[in-house]
Design a protein around this ligand. Sequence first.
Ligand code: HEM
Length: 481
Amino acid sequence: MPILVDFRCLLVQNPSSSSEMQGRSPRNLLGSSTPTGKKKLGDIIHLDAFGTHIIVLNSYKAARELLDLRLAYADRPVRVMDCELMGMGRTAFLSPYNDTWKSCRKLMHPNLRKTAMRQYHTLLERNVRTCMVQLLEAPEGFFDHLQLFTGKSLLMFTYGIEVNSIHDEFIATVEDLIDRAIRVAHPSAAIVNAIPILKHIPSWFPGAGFKRTAGAFRAELDDAVQRPFDRVKAELAAGTAVPSFTSSCLQDGSYNDYDMIWSAGSMYFAGSDTTLASLKTFILAMALYPDVQKRAQTEVDKVTKANALPTLEDRDSTPYIACLLKELQRWIPVTPMNLPHRPMEPDYYNGYFIPEGSVVLPNVWAITRDEANYKDPERFWPERFELPEPELDPYEYAFGFGRRRCPGIHFSDAMTYATVVSILATFDISKPRDENGEELDVEYSLSTGIFCCPDPFKCTIRPRPNVNVAQLLRSSVDEQA
Ligand code: HEM
């Protein structure tokens, strides 16, 4: 049986790796359209990269049938540069399918499952209120405020560490490591991935700069996950530890240090920038789609009677916001090519042979733009998920597949919901204005890298005229202090 070869994939660019997309709308990422404006991609396509089989799954059906329903796809490809030399293979998200990965998933699960979320409501609501106060005082810094909110919430959850600035070492170090790791993950960055034998060159050898780079990164990564862990241990010993994932695992006493260190580190690394990406997308969508914003605000006002701040308990009373959250994940998916899966045994699918060890990439971007799934896919339109005939739920694929599916989905959802409803209740987001107060178009581009989200853009964020926002927020922060 032949290995599938079909280069139609060349039509599909991962938006995150395209330098041509600056200033373009998401529509253009799929290349030029056919005369009808519709584009039909192969369900599954194959590329050969220096002998590595890369299989791209362009439809939800293929991704679900292979990655959700077949256990053999739970492995990850081990890339020499980032996984081995830089040490990222010890994180839960890049770890191969092995006993350590299983232990980490077991450790994370009870703390991240839906029913465990209630215990973090107060924490998240308090952090959101602080973020809203910052928005009120300096609305133009909204990217920084949202970054502090996600970083702070994740740090509190994993280690009980409280930070008050994005320049705090715990946030800044991890941010820097993520940036560097993403640059290395780009296919052109690491020749050692293509020629693995190079990893055996000593690092002092001329031309082996990559080994020194990797070694330095690894030392910093070790420090970034070890330091907060040691701090929690010391705080527990001193009786000053704040409840957190790490403190409760340490108190339980049945886990080894390695699993606790890498589980906590993985959640912090994987959770903050991804959720931040969704929140940036939310601000952009509200600036571009005022009708959606109006309808969402009306729903929130109904719940709060416009004289209180919404809480996570309001979730069931806000079905339109639930649709809006889904649309955020679909419109600009955070991980447009997911993370790669690796089949642990040879497989057959729809008459094609998929070799063991292939790199299998679900093309989430293509799924979100497939007109078989979504009418007018470029439009931000939460109504598509309303009953009685909702379109395909993006939560089925935007957080991954099968055993590797994101364990942080409920935590991320709670962070996103809390922020979205609070902003809707208190602020109006609109197009940017020039010095004469004239509205300008929202100019935006999407970031390059593994994550996809809006690059910094300008918009107007102002307190809503009908609510005494300042008083509401300040009294709410005081109440929680
Ligand atoms: C909008 C927010 C988020 C998105 C879109 C997202 C998406 C993803 C995706 C696509 C994967 C790979 C799944 C696969 O390979 O099939 C993943 C893995 C992972 N995510 Fe998330 N994630 C988000 C937030 C979070 C949060 C808040 C946490 C932690 C609290 C988290 C922790 C993890 C971990 C530990 C993994 C590795 C799972 C494994 O490989 O077994 N994520 N996430």
